[in-house]
Design a protein around this ligand. Sequence first.
Ligand SMILES: [Ca+2]
Length: 92
Amino acid sequence: MGGHLAAFQSRRELDAVSSKLYRNTPYWIGISDRENEGYFVTASGNRFPYLTFNEGEPNNSGGNEDCVDIYNGIMHDAQCESLRSYICQLGN
Ligand SMILES: [Ca+2]
């Protein structure tokens, strides 16, 4: 549909989106460290996305958590194969 998984530029932007989401439900966002472990970038190539990881995250648990979800406004790294709802955006 011409979009991609969403990322955020700021806390304000993240809060605006989070306010529309279901509570206690994880959503995929467009940030991962698939290319370079520990370096989280957006689907559109932004090397410095707004990140707000939960305490103790990202932990790359099991050596296999390269995608990022948002859950109650906080980010976690998780296995990319996991089923989640997701947030898309148009443009960068
Ligand atoms: Ca990782």
